[in-house]
Design a protein around this ligand. Structure first.
Ligand SMILES: [Ca+2]
Length: 522
């Protein structure tokens, strides 16, 4: 009897001992996470949120509550001022998926955390170390600039993983990162600079060639349309341009559907729209034609060097097209201008009185050009164009990159350039020339910046990535849908570059089953 009693109690005793010896492996109640002792990290709030309605925190959030599964909400800050939240679902799928930011960040991406949370992922986001309330956040604050440029996502990731370990008593089986635009830049930052943070990364429309994007696109477009007031294109003329592009190029891919399958094949000449008898609503004036040409051709110096590739023709129309990014409702209101000028004014030139008209792409004798000045000052901390992804690949990393083929903000050609640079680098010294074993680029025909446009813009990259990392299922194609009023009216496969979707010649062109991913026809 005595022996039985001892053997009955032994496992309990051992469990208690294990708990005492390895405290990191023990689960902790949500509320107790505020006392978690992590170097350089302060947890300010840890609260259990029940299943049901939840009002998203933060400025700009819709006051209407969203429906959430039960989770533990943890709010914290990594020194000096990198604010972050990590949400820990009660029904955890044993994985972690962090989400990125947009624009110049400055807010935690609460809404983007909802999808992973609903799917059972522990999820995290950071404001990247500053708040977007003041345009001047960077002025005199180099630490904020560095945190925003590359440090914040990394230190958030470390803090998130420590909180996950403490709450569940286990590390995530897999860790993923997803972001578009600035979030795509963050995604490629992680792959290049912190290759052991994530085994799976989704980089959408990435702003990874940061200094050249800000000078060679945001500033270039602003100068092209606003330096001379006569070159400004009113929003009312965008539909005219879009229609002319479609009539010249839509049928080049064999399907008249308002989508250019590969807009690089479209060589539309804007001068065909030149007004013949003075300015009119259905034509472009000579300065407007010149502005459109500059936008399509992209920034070049007078000796022909490309600073950043141009916007491709197609999908100019619509609320996420040129009306938002290139013209705006009036001069000074374009997306390129709103995003680019504050960064150049306060971070690059650190001069509140800086005027975009004074920027020169040309080298003055004996001096650097303004492009070189911005490069030298900010390139090393902001740019992520390093083609060496060996450490990420060696860590088992899988990278899915996608880019709207008609992105009017960040040219998709930049994504192609980066992808090709990686392919070239990785094939050196007899290395692997087919990088598609760990890195795939999906160009999305007819998609604008991260979303919107006439193309199939709804797709699930999270599932594709998870199946690739978790089950070794290679994404040979990703089915994308086009929705009208919430209903799917067209599906198409997205294909890993350089493959593209080819119609088989039979069946509906609105059904992905009638397409194959194939090499482009010569
Ligand atoms: Ca077409």
């Amino acid at each position: 009897m005595a022996h039985r009693a001892i053997s009955h109690f032994l496992p309990v005793f051992l469990l208690a001992l294990v708990g005492a010896v390895i405290p990191a492996a023990a689960q902790q109640p949500c509320e107790s996470l505020t006392s978690l002792d992590l170097p350089g990290v302060k947890i300010t709030l840890a609260a259990a949120v029940p299943t049901g309605p939840f009002v998203l925190p933060g400025p700009g959030s819709n006051a209407d509550p969203v429906t959430v599964p039960a989770f533990c909400r943890v709010v914290g800050v990594v020194k000096p001022e990198v604010n972050f939240e990590v949400w820990l679902p009660v029904n955890w799928n044993k994985k972690f998926l962090a989400v990125g930011n947009g624009g110049l960040a400055g807010n935690i991406s609460y809404r983007a955390m909802l999808v992973p949370l609903e799917r059972g992922y522990a999820t995290g986001s950071t404001d990247t170390g500053h708040t977007a309330k003041e345009e001047t956040w960077a002025l005199g604050h180099m630490q904020r600039v560095i945190d925003f440029a590359h440090r914040a996502i990394h230190v958030m990731t470390q803090a998130d993983k420590a909180v996950i370990q403490a709450f569940y008593g286990a590390a995530p089986a897999h860790s993923y990162f997803q972001g578009c635009s600035q979030g795509g830049q963050e995604a490629l930052t992680e792959a290049q600079r912190y290759p052991r943070d994530y085994e799976g990364i989704i980089a959408g429309d990435p702003a990874n060639y940061w200094t050249h994007l800000y000078t060679g696109a945001h500033l270039w477009v602003t100068q092209a349309t606003q330096k001379d007031p006569a070159s400004y294109i009113p929003t009312s003329k965008i539909a005219v341009l879009a229609e002319a592009v479609n009539s010249a190029c839509d049928a080049l891919d064999g399907i008249k559907d308002g989508i250019l399958n590969d807009p690089r094949r479209c060589h539309f000449d804007p001068s065909t729209l030149l007004c013949k008898n003075g300015d009119a609503p259905n034509c472009l004036s000579a300065p407007q034609v010149e502005a459109v040409n500059k936008i399509y051709q992209g920034a070049r110096t007078s000796d022909g060097r490309q600073v950043f590739p141009g916007i491709l023709p197609g999908a100019e129309d619509g609320p996420g097209g040129w009306a938002f990014w290139i013209t705006g409702s009036e001069p000074g209101k374009a997306g390129h201008t709103n995003l680019g000028m504050p960064f150049l004014r306060y971070v690059a030139f650190e001069d509140p009185a800086w005027d975009f008209r004074t920027f020169s792409f040309e080298q003055k004798p004996g001096f650097d050009s303004d492009v070189e000045f911005v490069d030298n000052k900010l390139g090393p901390i902001f740019n992520n164009i390093n083609p060496d992804l060996r450490a990420f690949q060696a860590n088992g990393g899988k990278l899915i990159q996608y880019h709207g083929f008609n992105d009017p903000d960040i040219s998709p050609l930049n994504s192609i350039n980066y992808y090709q640079s990686v392919a070239e680098f990785m094939s050196r010294d007899g290395g692997q020339s087919d990088i598609r074993s760990f890195y795939r680029l999906f160009l999305v025909p007819g998609m604008q910046h991260c979303t919107g446009g006439p193309g199939p813009t709804h797709f699930d990259m999270i599932d594709a990535l998870d199946q690739w990392v978790g089950q070794g299922k290679v994404p040979e194609q990703i089915i994308a849908s086009h929705l009208t009023k919430g209903a799917v009216d067209r599906t198409r496969p997205l294909c890993p570059y350089p493959l593209e979707a080819h119609w088989k010649g039979n069946g509906s062109t609105d059904d992905a089953q009638n397409f194959v991913c194939a090499a482009p026809s010569p």
